[in-house]
Design a protein around this ligand. Structure first.
Ligand code: GDD
Ligand code: MN
Length: 377
């Protein structure tokens, strides 16, 4: 970094001074908070050449419009509006990749993080003392008093799991407030998961010890306006990240969920078959068809609700998706039976042939569903 050009804190910046810091702010429905945040960043970062990149997932409350209006007045403010996507981690990654500054920080848009720590964090990176600086609630001087006891318990539990299972040695791997040297981030970016919300934990686990890390204490404040977007489903995301990192990305949570939903479908199928045969006295072929249709429908709904909740189909898209899902599963059934037959032909062990067919079916259904039903837009 060019020492000659960098002004002292408090000194006015010359126009065109090289950018030192990009502050990335993921937002979803934060229209009431963004102006205050920009104003506070201006105060905290006086004398530093900074910009702020908001990454908004098309918030219905018009956060992106508010940000654009701010950026008309202050060119240091930028806005990335993502359509058809949701996810804190993905938004942070995209924001950091849009930065050209040597350092990038991630901070929440609701003023729960302490922006006055940013100059200290930048100093630690620019001096070479650290490559990643984490705003930590769980070291001396930090706190998370605004958490209710349930949330605090969950956060501490996840922290303990991350520390033991992923052998992460930092006090607050669940923090959403950190700063990183952008070149180091770019190296890690291809291996990061865009699902979920644990971007920092992902960065630290992916680096496998090859990152100089320092933590600085801060107090996790209360939200200014609006409400938290993290629901109970984040536990699932966390599990998924731990699984993926433990297995070197071989096992994805999505596939496990898809297979789990498939086994629930099997129970639905048998229950429906039983009722159709015993209660409605339908002939077997019709009863079997009813069971299959019901199982496919419940699989579709569960997958839409759980497995693909970040890409959930809505409105008319549900009907279209359901019809496509029927089609995918029908071909999957043919593949299932075909494989089972040929295995049985070689080796007449019924459970082996059955399992091979079922595995073929679920892999096919999973691959094709991802391509055609819940495809990424
Ligand atoms: N673009 C985008 N997309 N932004 C999102 C999304 C999303 O799907 N979900 C949440 N955000 C934004 C919010 O608008 C906010 O600016 C920030 O991400 C944090 O979201 P909150 O909903 O306020 O999360 P929280 O306060 O409950 O959780 C915070 O504390 C945790 C520590 O326990 C976050 O900082 C977490 O990352 C952190 O782990
Ligand atoms: Mn928050």
């Amino acid at each position: 970094m060019n020492e000659a050009i960098r002004p002292e804190p408090g000194q006015l910046l010359q126009a065109g001074a090289p950018l030192q810091l990009s502050v990335i702010v993921p937002t979803f429905n934060e229209s009431g908070n963004v102006a205050v945040l920009v104003q506070r960043l201006g105060v905290a970062l006086a004398g530093i050449a900074w910009e702020v990149i908001f990454v908004d997932d098309n918030s219905p409350d018009g956060t992106a419009d508010v940000v654009r209006a701010l950026s008309q007045r202050d060119p240091r403010v930028r806005c990335i509006r993502r359509i058809g996507r949701r996810g804190l981690s993905g938004a942070c990654i995209e924001g950091m990749l849009a930065s050209s500054a040597p350092c990038a920080a991630v901070i929440d848009g609701d003023l729960q993080h302490d922006e006055t720590q940013l100059p200290k964090m930048l100093g630690l990176i620019e001096s070479g003392a650290a490559e990643l600086v984490i705003g930590s609630r769980y070291i001396d001087g930090g706190s998370a008093d605004s958490f209710n006891s349930q949330r605090l318990g969950a956060s501490k539990f996840a922290t303990a799991v991350a520390q033991r299972v992923l052998r992460v040695k930092i006090a607050d791997p669940m923090s959403g407030f950190f700063m990183i040297r952008r070149d180091r981030f770019e190296q890690l970016a291809p291996q990061l998961s865009i699902q979920g919300f644990k971007i920092l934990l992902d960065v630290v686990a992916t680096a496998r010890g090859d990152l100089r890390i320092t933590e600085v204490p801060y107090t996790f404040g209360s939200r200014l306006h609006g409400e938290s977007k993290l629901d109970s489903m984040v536990a699932l995301d966390f599990l998924g990240l731990v699984l993926a990192k433990l297995t070197n990305d071989v096992v994805s949570l999505r596939f496990l969920l898809f297979a789990l939903v498939g086994s629930i479908g099997l129970c639905v199928h048998f229950a429906a078959l039983y009722v159709a045969l015993e209660v409605y006295l339908l002939p077997f072929a019709e009863a079997q068809a009813c069971g299959a249709l019901l199982a496919m429908t419940s699989n579709f709904l569960l997958n839409n609700f759980l497995t693909y909740r970040d890409q959930r189909l809505k409105g008319f898209g549900i009907l279209r998706g359901l019809l496509l899902f029927y089609l995918v599963c029908s071909v999957g059934l043919l593949a299932n039976v075909g494989v089972a037959f040929s295995v049985y032909d070689q080796e007449p062990i019924w459970w082996l042939a059955g399992a091979a067919g079922a595995l073929m079916g679920v892999v096919w259904n999973y691959a094709m569903s991802g391509l055609f039903v819940w495809r990424k837009r």
